[in-house]
Design a protein around this ligand. Structure first.
Ligand code: PAF
Length: 284
């Protein structure tokens, strides 16, 4: 039977017992409203660990006051069912006061990789992500933690944090999971009405176009970004936040495809901000 912990103390009881038994622990941190994308992380964690923990916590600290914290979709019963079906051992589902009790005033802040892309339009976002992920790591003490490549900047930021702060946790990045028509799976897709859902395909179409150009040997990252941007601008419901090429580990802008280059886009479809990306490895 799947266990559910609402407090740090309850979670620790399970973790302590599993550590005593010498079992490895895989953690999948989520904000709930789980879908196939999350389940691909769970499946990988299931293959590689003795026990699998999923955290379901809509983290207020990573939302700015003008963002969608209150509307963010939640369905804990459906999340529990999916986790159960996919062999999760424990769901950690705390309320905000459990994670941020009165007097809370410690944060994990990062410069460098947080300055570009989503860090520009969401200035406090990564401080919230790093702080909560750090707390989840301390609570669950996983051997491995699983993150989707859809949030590629987040993945790079977490890898940097783990390296900089000497955490002995393996960070496993997992591929983007797409709907049949190409749209990257995201809890925020729920916000789209029928017309917007169709318009949102412009993100994956632009990603596929850029990827094809890179795979055909185009090395000029600016040309690729421009072609992607132009395509997005043909969709009347779309408004570009950014289309950028950056080094995948430092998240600093690059003009040419070199090393591992991340092409990342953020686009508003109506009021909904969606992201997508692809990574190319330069052949040296
Ligand atoms: O990617 C997410 O869902 C969140 O940013 C995370 C990593 C669970 C932290 O709240």
């Amino acid at each position: 039977m799947i266990a559910i912990a609402h407090t740090v103390k309850e979670a620790r009881k399970y973790i302590t017992e599993w550590k005593k038994q010498g079992l490895s622990i895989g953690l999948v941190p989520t904000m709930g409203y789980l879908h196939e994308g999350h389940m691909s992380l769970v499946k990988r964690a299931r293959q590689e660990n003795g026990k699998v923990v999923v955290s379901v916590f809509v983290n207020p600290m990573q939302f700015s006051p003008n963002e969608d914290l209150d509307q963010y979709p939640r369905d804990f019963d459906a999340d529990t069912r999916l986790c159960h079906e996919n062999g999760v051992d424990l769901i950690l589902h705390p309320e905000p006061p459990e994670m941020y009790p009165d007097g809370f005033c410690s944060f994990v802040d990062m410069t460098g990789p947080t300055a570009e892309l989503c860090g520009k339009s969401r200035p406090i976002h990564f401080r919230g992500v790093c702080t909560v992920v750090n707390k989840l790591f301390n609570i669950v003490q996983p051997d491995r933690a699983y993150f989707g490549q859809k949030d590629a900047q987040q993945l790079a930021v977490i890898r940097r944090m783990v390296c900089d702060l000497n955490m002995s946790i393996e960070i496993v990045g997992c591929p983007i999971i797409r709907e049949e028509d190409g749209l990257a799976r995201s809890s925020r897709n729920k916000y789209l009405n029928e017309e917007e859902r169709k318009a949102a395909l412009i993100l994956s179409r632009s990603v596929f176009l850029g990827k094809e150009m890179a795979e055909e040997g185009e090395k000029d990252a600016r040309k690729i970004c421009l072609a992607m941007r132009r395509l997005i601008e043909t969709e009347p419901l779309a408004r570009v936040d950014y289309v950028e090429a950056v080094d995948f580990s430092t998240i600093q802008k690059v003009d040419a495809v070199q090393g591992e280059t991340l092409f990342a886009i953020a686009v508003y479809i109506g009021k909904t901000r969606l992201i997508d990306n692809f990574i190319v490895k330069a052949i040296s």
